[in-house]
Design a binder for this molecule. Sequence first.
Ligand SMILES: C[S@@+](CC[C@H](N)C(=O)[O-])C[C@H]1O[C@@H](n2cnc3c(N)ncnc32)[C@H](O)[C@@H]1O
Length: 189
Amino acid sequence: MATGSSASRRSPRSRRPAVTVLRVGHRAGRDPRLSTHLALAARAFGAERMLLHPPDPDLARRVAAVAEGWGGTFEVLPAPEWRRVVREFDGPVVHLTMYGLPLARVRSRLARAERILLVAGGAKVPSELYRLATFNVAVGHQPHSEVAATAVFLAELLGLPPPGRWPGARRAVVPTARGKRVVGGRERA
Ligand SMILES: C[S@@+](CC[C@H](N)C(=O)[O-])C[C@H]1O[C@@H](n2cnc3c(N)ncnc32)[C@H](O)[C@@H]1O
């Protein structure tokens, strides 16, 4: 159970939207680190899972290995048909794009949702996504990255992740002013 002052300022977990990240435009073999970092950022900042299009079992395995050591229930699942995922999602679909509405304009409406599908694009985004999304949302109106946009969006919506060991974790960081301290395992992710 997470503890700490930032945890006490947050709403109970049950009152926060459950966020599923949908990554479209993954290029297996070309940018495995970027999609891996997207999954790790999504996990660390409180998303429940990431759906990956096109599917990439190697990436899913790499993220599962991290989650096994550091706890939680986050997983990467295949999304062979992203349009179907978007059309059938039971909640607001938020497409992250520099062209969208400022996050501040939609944040309070999204905070009341039970579940959100957060769509993060790649180098090229299918144009129909702009039409299919409930909200096209910008995290600033400058071009940057799907990892940055996802992390900032989640931090704004769910709050910063509190310190502490995650449920089921074999290891956890012991915060220190200098050096690296980890309980229960090697001193690296
Ligand atoms: C390399 S960028 C492509 C930039 C693209 N022109 C766009 O529509 O944002 C890859 C992804 O990063 C995300 N992204 C980049 N800048 C963003 C911003 N300012 N706000 C929200 N999302 C952003 C979007 O999900 C985008 O599909």
